[in-house]
Design a binder for this molecule. Structure first.
Ligand code: 3PG
Length: 208
């Protein structure tokens, strides 16, 4: 389990993907791999999510997880499709416990001390800090890191090229997530060259 989170942390970036068609999963995976970031968080915001996860998982060259997982049933669907990690916008005991039953790492959303403590009580030490931009941004994460020294954060929501640095500079930030690298409209329009370029730009920025 830790291994998967360490691999995410190694990539520093988690592209948050919304796919309207499962048929777009393979070309998107090509763009991610081509851009140097073989990682995807495919969100359960569309009916295509489980099929898209399956397509990416079956390739074997993309570290694919499921995002916007808000019910235990979605945990089951995501894991059955091959998701290697699960991300939730908030902290739900039911979602976390189902993920733990499957032995799949889960990143619940937490932006307050109370929410971080709830995650710790569930045996987790890495949380999604969501929505990062409207929850105090990097300053809030730095403040939370003082009492919660062992907690790692994955800020997501309002993160992009302009503020990536301030998040990645924090030692407690494992990785940052965001949709700016994989705009839904570009994927839908078939502009995978454009997506690959955005991914490569993000990788270059994160490596600075
Ligand atoms: C998420 O689910 O993680 C967010 O919707 C991503 O936020 P962003 O679109 O601001 O990157």
């Amino acid at each position: 389990m830790t291994d998967v989170l360490d691999r995410l942390a190694g990539h520093r970036l988690v592209p948050v993907v919304v796919l309207d068609e499962a048929a777009d999963a393979a070309p998107l995976a090509d763009a991610l791999v081509g851009g140097g970031l073989p990682v995807a968080e495919v969100t359960f915001r569309t009916a295509a999510a489980a099929d898209a996860i399956r397509v990416m998982a079956d390739r074997g060259d993309v570290l694919v997880g499921a995002g916007t997982v808000v019910t235990p049933e979605q945990v089951d669907q995501a894991v059955a499709a091959g998701a290697r990690y699960l991300v939730s916008p908030g902290t739900s005991r039911a979602v976390v416990e189902r993920a733990q039953e499957h032995g799949v790492p889960v990143l619940p959303g937490a932006v307050t001390a109370t929410e971080v403590q709830a995650a710790l009580e569930l045996g987790l030490s890495t949380v999604k800090f969501f929505p990062a931009g409207t929850s105090g941004g990097s300053k809030a994460i730095a403040a939370l890191a003082a009492p919660f020294g062992g907690v790692r954060f994955v800020p997501t929501g309002g993160v992009g090229p302009a503020n990536l640095d301030e998040y990645l500079a924090l030692p407690c930030v494992a990785a940052v997530g965001g949709s700016w690298m994989v705009p839904r409209e570009r994927v839908r329009a078939g502009d995978l060259d454009g997506v690959r370029a955005l991914v490569a730009d993000a990788v270059a920025l994160a490596a600075r």
